[in-house]
Design a protein around this ligand. Structure first.
Ligand SMILES: [Zn+2]
Ligand SMILES: [Zn+2]
Length: 86
């Protein structure tokens, strides 16, 4: 089993733990990955998560679950080797 990594499925931007998401119902600002896209203010469960463009992401919006990626160990080793060769 690999680890779970969180990044935008469209541009691969990785959230850095900041509170960049604002609820459109109660204006709470929080880190949506702390709560699996559930607003801590009003409890609304978001299905989609917006990428954060001003932090280096894109303007896309993706299914929250699509942000979670299980890393493949074989791929990681290959990736690691390629990095070392450079
Ligand atoms: Zn809310
Ligand atoms: Zn993105």
């Amino acid at each position: 089993m690999g680890d779970i990594r969180i990044y935008c499925p469209k541009c691969h931007w990785e959230p850095d733990g900041g509170a960049y998401w604002q609820c459109s119902y109660c204006d709470t600002v929080w880190n949506t990955f702390d709560t699996a896209a559930r607003c801590p203010g009003c409890g609304f469960q978001y299905k989609y998560t917006q990428c954060i463009e001003h932090k280096g992401g894109c303007t896309g919006e993706s299914l929250h679950l699509d942000w979670y990626h299980v890393t493949d160990d074989v791929f990681n080793e290959k990736h690691h080797t390629e990095k070392q060769l450079k």
